[in-house]
Write a protein that binds this ligand. Structure first.
Ligand SMILES: NC(=O)c1ccc[n+]([C@@H]2O[C@H](COP(=O)([O-])OP(=O)(O)OC[C@H]3O[C@@H](n4cnc5c(N)ncnc54)[C@H](O)[C@@H]3O)[C@@H](O)[C@H]2O)c1
Length: 251
């Protein structure tokens, strides 16, 4: 797979980690489709990327129909997707006993079903063309658990297990499927979640102290790992789960 001119699609591409990934892939010479809930935010991110031929597109990963129509647009304008990066995600800190089925549905639909929807849309063409890279951003919460993130941890754990099984199904065609698990990363997502707690700042301080490197990750700590697994160089790596968490977990 030649990264030059390859088409990459990044869900949640207008967010912190997503935009950092888009920049890395664009710098590798890929044409990047930035997909996010807001088409305007996606277009703004796309227009700031190095190189040309990028596209911003509105996509709600939780809705199969929305995913399929956004994929059609990307394929028509840029060509078939060679690299799919699933970054879209969402959560709130809530104790399990205080959650309800509406919350479960929202967390599962965005964090797990979203990955199923996008993979379903791109895998047939990857198999036909006998090339492809899929990288999903899960979380260390999937590997070691995380208090107040029970539903999210389960959904991200499902992404890890799904990815291993899909990796087995598509390996013969040269398509790889891997997962990157960030630890706590300083983005609007975790700041927003912490702000809703009465002891939000203390919570972030405690998280920081738990990291052997004594700092939260930045989006740019996560993006290089994703970009490597999306690259031609990673062609013999599949079904793997890589933590990028400053040593927080060493599973
Ligand atoms: N920040 C952390 O501490 C942390 C830790 C571990 C894993 N993660 C994961 O990293 C990924 C990126 O998170 P981030 O911290 O950059 O947050 P972020 O909020 O900056 O980015 C998330 C992006 O996903 C988009 N999004 C949300 N729901 C969507 C949907 N239904 N369809 C399409 N796009 C949707 C948002 O609009 C946003 O742009 C997420 O999957 C998150 O679960 C984050």
């Amino acid at each position: 797979m030649n990264p030059l001119g390859s088409v990459a699609l990044v869900t949640g591409g207008a967010g912190s980690i997503g935009a950092a990934v888009c920049h890395r892939l664009a710098a590798m010479g890929m044409k990047v489709a930035v997909a996010d809930l807001s088409g305007d935010a996606a277009t703004n991110t796309a227009s700031a990327l190095p190189g040309g031929g990028h596209l911003g597109v509105a996509m709600d990963v939780a809705e199969l129909v929305a995913v399929d129509s956004a994929m059609d647009l990307v394929t028509t304008q840029l060509g078939p997707v060679d690299v799919l990066v699933n970054v879209a995600g969402w959560d709130r800190f809530v104790a399990f006993v205080d959650t309800d089925p509406d919350f479960w549905d929202r967390v599962i639909d965005i964090n797990y079903r979203g990955v199923l929807n996008t993979c379903r849309a791109v895998v047939p063409s990857m198999l036909e063309r006998r090339q492809g890279r899929i990288v999903s951003v899960a979380s260390d919460a999937a590997r070691v658990g995380s208090s107040l993130e029970t539903i999210y941890s389960g959904a991200k754990g499902a992404v890890v297990s799904f990815s291993k099984s899909l990796a087995r199904e598509v390996a013969k065609a040269g398509v790889t499927v891997n997962v990157v698990c960030p630890g706590p990363t300083d983005t609007p997502l975790i700041r927003g979640m912490a702000e809703e707690l009465s002891s939000g700042e203390k919570f972030l301080d405690a998280l920081t102290k738990a990291v052997p490197m004594r700092r939260l990750a930045e989006a740019d700590d996560i993006a290089p790992a994703v970009a490597f697994l999306a690259s031609a160089d990673a062609g013999y790596i599949t079904g793997q789960t890589l933590s990028v968490s400053g040593g927080l977990t060493m599973a």
